[in-house]
Design a protein around this ligand. Structure first.
Ligand SMILES: [Ca+2]
Length: 589
């Protein structure tokens, strides 16, 4: 491991069928020719093949693939995972498909998206960490894997699918490189409307999320701006529907709807602003318990599962946090209002997902489309002031954060630590950390051959997406692309799980590692070891059994020292194989 510290505030069968169809067309026209002259037969072969290729009525019936990604949405923020937030479209999707209880992502936006696009570990892709925390020097002379954009050591799955005949398009957050040469049109997307950064105002004012972080929007590689009536979730869903409407219907599609909901700043249109009025008055701890009761009722966890306890120093300690009911009324009201807006953002996103799925149904495309919905990382605890080069004063000076403006244009609000922990019920900690609350995401999948209303507890990771898409499309991962050697895929196709042909794709010996900002984790089977630096932990390895203790509530490292050593050793191998550089940041939650 290299240390660098920076202090900063269907698929295959159909392809075979296609090949056979082509060969049949060739062989039937070639049979006569073969009896007379070999050269003539070759000419006939070429002609037959060419005719087939030019036949515009030829339809490639491979399944479509649609990925829908939420941003910074917690594990329990949607109905199928125990939320009080109304998500009827995702409820329907879970009823029509599989929901996954142990799907993992990376702890932050860019790392997850780089693994999604490449099928490999993020430390190799250029997104070893979020580009925003790299120093000028680290940007100028990047460590391999830390270039701050999706590098050329990996091929984007959009490129592979496009080259195999898929139509590719995306709308929403890209966050895999701000410079023009790294935009989605350069990485395999034939159509794109993208926000290049990690976040921005959800309205058409293009206000930056934080200091010196002005949004860059581009459509099909041309810089553009958002219209005055822009609202992120609705506009991005409209763009996807537009790309679907105008596409060549004889080809399958690969679509990526990358919402910026429910990333801060938390914004909703006025007509949505009071939808959850009063819903959160009881405070985060009460809502967390209610979500957990619902999760137990749904059979997601046994009733005796322990909830991770938020550390709180005793009364009198400067960092002691008083109980919710002991806080001044205006403090509770403000906090509850921010959470109301967050909930509304998720319901609005769900409405747009429903609109898109209904469009696919109405146009007869739904039955041949795999749809996967997940969140790029856990709920975010950090405040708006904690973004690079920002601070409380900048937020106060540049925002209208009066109570009556929460969720409206000009406001900059985030849910904060306690609500983020609630959003991740019953998991430990939040976005940015390698604990379950940072890395476990709800996943729902529907599509041809997927059972209805079932659940899978298979251990899966976001880098499994690319090999799954390739399997659906019946194409191979290239060894070289545009003259560059391409890294192999580390993920495992979950296609057999989708089809109900297997229960898992990982054995009890397979490893999954995580590192971000110097926080480390390793999972093998049900065992997970974590090492959390301050303010999240004491830089000591801890051990948990995820089957008994999904909330990482009880460290059992002293009971199973040999098991812990096995996991630490596996972590060290992971670190070595993936070229981990620990770039740490100061965090004050
Ligand atoms: Ca995110």
């Amino acid at each position: 491991m290299r240390n660098r510290t920076l202090i900063l505030s269907k698929g295959f069968a159909i392809l075979c069928a296609l090949l056979v169809t082509n060969l049949y067309a060739i062989s039937s026209s070639a049979q006569d020719a073969l009896s007379s002259n070999v050269n003539e037969s070759l000419i006939q072969l070429a002609k037959a093949k060419s005719k087939k290729q030019q036949d515009k009525s030829f339809t490639d019936k491979r399944p479509n693939i649609l990925i829908i990604v939420a941003d910074d949405m917690g594990w329990s923020d949607i109905g199928p995972f125990g939320s009080e937030i109304r998500t009827p479209s995702l409820d329907k999707m879970a009823d029509a498909g599989l929901k996954f209880t142990q799907f993992y992502v990376n702890p932050a936006c860019s790392p997850t998206r780089s693994s999604l696009m490449s099928g490999t570990d993020h430390h190799l892709t250029g997104m070893g960490t979020n580009a925003e925390i790299l120093s000028e020097e680290q940007r100028r002379n990047p460590e391999p894997g830390y270039e701050g954009y999706l590098n050329d050591r990996v091929v984007s799955v959009a490129d592979t699918l496009k080259d195999s005949g898929y139509q590719t398009f995306m709308a929403g957050k890209w966050h895999l490189g701000e410079e023009e040469e790294h935009w989605p049109d350069k990485r395999g997307f034939q159509r794109s409307f993208a926000l290049m950064q990690g976040g921005a105002s959800h309205f058409g004012d293009e206000a930056p999320m934080c200091n010196d972080y002005y949004p860059i929007y581009a459509e099909d590689g041309v810089r553009t701006h958002t219209p005055d009536d822009f609202y992120s979730s609705t506009y991005y869903a409209n763009k996807i529907i537009d790309y679907l409407e105008t596409r060549d219907k004889n080809k399958p599609f690969f679509g990526y709807l990358s919402f910026t909901a429910s990333h801060d700043p938390l914004h909703v249109p006025d007509e949505w602003i009071d939808k959850y009025k009063g819903q959160y008055d009881a405070g985060p701890d009460t809502i967390r318990k209610q979500r957990f009761i619902q999760q137990v009722k749904m059979g997601l966890f046994p009733a005796d599962t322990k909830l991770w306890e938020i550390p709180n120093p005793p009364e009198g300690h400067p960092q002691h946090v008083p109980q919710w009911q002991e806080r001044p009324q205006h403090v509770r009201a403000y906090s509850a209002r921010v959470m109301e807006v967050y909930a509304s953002m998720i319901e609005l996103m769900d409405q747009e997902i429903g609109r898109l799925i209904n469009y696919l149904k109405k146009t007869g495309q739904y039955d041949n489309t795999y749809i996967l919905f997940f969140s790029d990382n856990g709920a975010n605890a950090a405040g708006m002031a904690s973004y690079p080069n920002t601070g409380e004063e900048w937020v106060a000076r540049n925002s209208d954060n009066r109570y009556e403006n929460i969720g409206r244009k000009g406001s900059r609000n985030a849910i904060g630590f306690e609500w983020a922990v609630t959003a991740n019920t019953p998991l430990r900690l939040v976005k940015g950390t390698i604990a379950e609350g940072g890395t476990r995401s709800p996943l729902i999948a529907t599509g041809p051959g997927i059972a209805h209303g079932k659940r899978s507890d298979a251990l899966l990771h976001v880098m499994d997406m690319t090999p799954t898409f390739l399997k659906i499309a019946g194409v191979s991962h290239p060894k070289q692309y545009k003259g560059n050697d391409v890294l192999p895929i580390q993920g495992k196709s979950m296609f057999t799980i989708l089809k109900g042909e297997s229960k898992s794709v990982r054995s009890d010996q397979d490893t999954l590692g995580w590192e971000l900002i110097g926080l480390r984790a390793m999972r093998i089977g049900d065992w997970k070891a974590t090492r959390l630096a301050p303010p999240f932990g004491e830089s000591k390895w801890q051990l948990f059994n995820m089957d008994d203790d999904p909330g990482e509530a009880k460290d059992i490292s002293s009971e199973y020292p040999k098991k812990l050593q096995t996991l630490i050793k596996a972590y060290e191998e992971y670190d070595e194989q993936n070229g981990v550089v620990e770039i740490t940041i100061d965090m004050d939650l």
